[in-house]
Design a protein around this ligand. Structure first.
Ligand code: AMP
Length: 399
């Protein structure tokens, strides 16, 4: 494996797997271009070195081949703008004659974007022939798509076998993601606090189990906290609860106690009489929520209690919101956590925010540049912290 920053790309044709899976509205306008912006430094470095760039990505989940809605041609103009006016050529097929000819005639300083990889079923199947066809388009392979690193697809993992060890590497996005994830997972300074929130315990069991081996403190908020409350004999009214996970919640608490890991559950909650932005609200201890009411955010005391734990931490991992932060009445807890994570970071802690909704929350509240690292890959980051190996990483790092 080569280091991207050390590499000189002069006269090289770099084939880069990027994550341009951006949301588009009905007029095909990009509504959030963060994933595209993230990879611009990788592309620019190659162009500045005097190389050319061939970009491949998926967009959405096309079912049956080419679909107008999922065509990557919709992102060409915006990509050119993000690159400061560099012309971006477009191949209307990711393999075949047009892609081959356009790639072959690409000059130094030029960029070519290939049509959606998932117009071919072979992409998600990890088909080796398809991967080999893609590999022929460039002479260096770069993976900069952390968002798909947990998939063993043709363009994210299988393709790497067609390049020599010094001709495959991570791009700057992947380098940053892998370095910050490794820092939290393997080089964490203590106290190490993991903040886990979101709707369902069942989605977060594996990550909690794995973090029990590493963290000193685990804060549990969001809808999933009420399964733990009920498991401990609490009354949770109409709050979200996974009744088939009560035993497991108790097991997790027992394991934590035996390992000396502090589990912090919200002592109080903001409760509502309906799951609605206009519901009546009140507050209550999280273990005695009246019938007809549901906990939709952590309460004032819990926010303070959690903030104190966070502020004395040296390593922080945050996955999942503390409440229904999409509604103004229930965003206080998530905001308070963002403030505390920012304060700890200012104090020298390393903080990593990973996983879709907590990333959306720090962006929405304007805290993204006050934490150490905001991950671009939700599912990939989650699997990494579940302790799974990611095919997109292994394909580059293993010989
Ligand atoms: P996840 O994708 O599992 O991280 O869950 C994120 C979602 O959980 C967000 O859409 C939140 O609105 C939702 N959520 C957080 N807290 C609660 C709660 N107390 N009750 C219901 N939903 C919640």
């Amino acid at each position: 494996m080569s280091q991207f920053s050390d590499h000189n790309f002069q006269n090289q044709k770099a084939l880069i797997r990027v994550d341009f899976n951006v949301p588009l509205n009905a007029e095909y306008i990009i509504t959030d271009d963060n994933r595209m912006r993230a990879t611009i430094p990788t592309i620019k470095k190659i162009l500045v070195d005097g190389g050319s760039v061939i970009l491949m990505s998926h967009l959405g989940r096309p079912k049956d081949g080419p679909t107008e809605k999922y065509s990557l041609k919709h992102v060409v103009a915006h990509l050119s703008e993000l690159l400061g006016g560099v012309t971006v050529k477009f191949a209307d097929d990711c393999i075949g004659a047009s892609a081959t000819e356009l790639a072959a005639s690409l000059n130094a300083g030029e960029v070519l974007l290939l049509e959606n990889l998932r117009f071919y079923k072979e992409e998600e199947k990890g088909d080796a022939d398809f991967a080999q066809k893609l590999s022929k388009l460039g002479n260096i392979y770069i993976n900069d798509a952390f968002g798909t690193a947990h998939r063993a697809h043709a363009s994210t993992a299988v393709i790497a076998q067609f390049f020599a060890a010094d001709k495959k590497m991570f791009g700057l996005v992947m380098e940053g993601e892998v370095a910050s994830a490794e820092k939290v997972m393997h080089k964490s300074e203590t106290p190490f606090t993991a903040i886990i929130g979101g709707a369902k315990v069942s989605d977060k069991i594996l990550i909690i189990e794995n973090l029990l081996q590493r963290a000193t403190d685990i804060i549990i908020g969001g809808g999933m906290a009420y399964t733990f409350m009920k498991a401990q004999g609490g009354q949770i009214g109409n709050s979200l609860c996974e009744n088939d996970r009560l035993n497991m919640a108790n097991e997790l608490l027992k394991t934590a106690a035996s390992k000396g890991v502090n589990i912090h559950l919200p002592s109080d909650s903001i409760i509502a009489d309906a799951f609605s932005a206009t519901a009546n609200t009140s507050s209550a201890p999280s273990n005695s929520i009246p019938d007809g009411w549901m906990g939709l955010d952590i309460g004032e005391n819990a926010a303070e209690q959690f903030s104190n734990v966070i502020k004395r931490s040296k390593t922080i991992l945050w996955n999942g919101p503390m409440g229904v932060f999409e509604m103004e009445k229930f965003q206080h807890g998530t905001k308070a956590i963002a403030v505390a994570v920012a304060a700890a970071t200012k104090n020298g802690a390393f903080s990593l925010v990973g996983g879709g909704d907590s990333v959306a929350a720090v962006n929405q509240f304007g805290f993204a540049n006050q934490v150490s690292y905001v991950s671009t890959g939700g599912g990939a980051m989650l699997e990494y912290f579940e302790g799974k190996s990611l095919p997109g990483i292994d394909a580059i790092t293993q010989k």
